[in-house]
Design a binder for this molecule. Structure first.
Ligand SMILES: *Cc1c(COP(=O)(O)O)cnc(C)c1O
Length: 421
């Protein structure tokens, strides 16, 4: 199946007489005929659902759909994008370990990495992804276990050179984890460029309608965990009667461990209702990503010539530093997210936002409705000036998330608000 068809048909198929739409299995648990069968579930020797914290048929259908869209061997839905980032790393790092992350990532992820994971004894080094390979390689240590980056960084709109980052990660025998939230598999499939693990905040384009918080981790099945750095995957798990993930689950070792060990213990699971809503979003993902990208391209071109603006950042614009990377990694479009800065800094940015009539001021992005945010006074206000600048954020920076309204209405709204700015 082509990806557009997978959006509709992967993960769930109604057999003769069954519901056409994905059913919501609103049940915490599952009934079995024998203690022997339940024992096998606990030993991971028989497939089947045992408890909804670990797996649920509705959630599983969505996991299988997203795994198909990304071209992976398996996926695990989580309660939020934050939980996906955390579990993706905790699955292969423990206290005393270190990882490398690009600095232009979502503010919430910066907090998670620099503050909370640090308290857990896991250290991060932030690197500039645009530096050359030798420079980035200097950040690696003997205890480095992973590299993390975002396909399209939020909110700086920096495009990641996935092949370069994968090459560096693999030189050091560690996997590349890519947060593919903004691109979605419709615009970019990071596994095709060497990424090993993909994460998403499904809260954004996958849902797309601002109704359900969620996340997902997808495993490519390609990384060789048997290089001595990942004992958690290659040595027996005492909590499962000596299961060894790489031996017993082969290519699905990583994603199986994330589910049966971390999701079991940490419990940040997606609900059946939530998965049902994410699935509705996924069914139209390919149509929406195309329209979001077309509209954003037109709005960016309008903004690029405007006298009140200092800079407009959208990868398809002439002269954009990420234009070549976008042509390689995002040939179908660059999503709906544009960043621009107004002359006159913070005050002008506030006047612009308060003058918008159609676009909504929300702490959100990637909705069908055009929305706007001022990162320095909201999502990123907890960051230091140094962190703001490393993340590509200036006081006058505005993030516009272009929706799927008629583009002329969006441009008219932005035009009149700029007049008032
Ligand atoms: C929003 C976001 C997250 C966090 O996701 P939540 O679902 O809000 O927890 C992570 N990464 C990126 C790129 C995001 O935009």
């Amino acid at each position: 199946m082509k990806i557009e068809t997978q959006c509709l048909h992967a993960g769930y198929h109604a057999e003769n007489g069954q519901p056409q739409a994905l059913p919501i299995y609103q049940s915490t648990t599952y009934r079995y005929a024998s203690t022997e069968h339940v024992g096998q579930l606990f030993d991971l020797t028989a497939p089947g659902h045992m408890y909804t914290r670990i797996s649920n048929p509705t959630v599983e259908a969505v996991e299988n759909k997203i795994a198909a869209l990304e071209g992976g061997v398996g996926a695990l839905c989580t309660s939020s994008g934050q939980a996906a980032s955390l579990l993706a790393l905790l699955n292969i790092l423990e206290a005393g370990d270190h990882f490398v992350s690009t600095s232009t990532i979502y503010g919430g992820t910066v907090n998670l990495f620099a503050v909370t994971m640090k308290k857990m004894g896991i250290e991060v080094t932030f690197v500039n992804a645009d530096d050359d390979e030798e420079k980035i390689a200097q950040a690696f240590r003997t205890n480095t276990k992973a590299v993390f980056g975002e396909t399209i960084a939020n909110p700086a709109i920096a495009v990641l050179d996935i092949e370069k980052m994968a090459r560096i990660a693999h030189q050091f025998g560690v996997p590349l984890i890519v947060d593919n939230t903004f691109a979605t598999p419709i615009l970019c499939r990071p596994f095709e460029f060497g990424a090993d693990i993909v994460t998403h905040s499904t809260t954004k384009y996958m849902d797309g309608h601002a109704v359900q918080v969620g996340g997902v981790i997808v495993d490519s099945g390609n990384f060789d965990w048997e290089n001595g750095k990942y004992p958690g995957l290659t040595q027996p798990d005492e909590s499962y009667h000596g299961v060894t993930y790489t031996k017993d689950f082969g290519k699905a070792a990583y994603i199986t461990k994330a589910r049966v060990q971390l999701m079991r213990d940490l419990g940040t699971c997606q609900s059946a209702q939530g998965a049902f809503l994410i699935n509705l979003g996924l069914e139209t993902l390919h149509l929406r990503m195309e329209r979001h990208s077309q509209n954003a391209d037109a709005v960016a071109r309008f903004l690029a010539g405007h006298e009140k603006l200092e800079a407009v950042n959208y990868p398809t614009l002439p002269g954009n530093p990420y234009k070549a990377l976008a042509e390689k990694y995002l040939p179908k479009g660059c999503s709906g997210v544009i960043a621009f800065s107004i002359k006159g800094g913070r005050e002008a940015a506030v006047r612009f936002i308060d003058s918008l009539k159609l676009a909504s001021l929300v702490v959100h992005v990637a909705d069908v409705r055009t929305s706007v945010l001022h990162p320095a006074s909201s999502t990123h206000r907890q960051l230091t000036d140094r962190q703001l600048i490393d993340g590509g954020i200036t006081p006058g920076l505005i993030r516009l998330s272009v929706g799927i309204e008629n583009v002329e209405d969006i441009i008219e709204d932005v035009r009149q608000a700029l007049e008032n700015a």
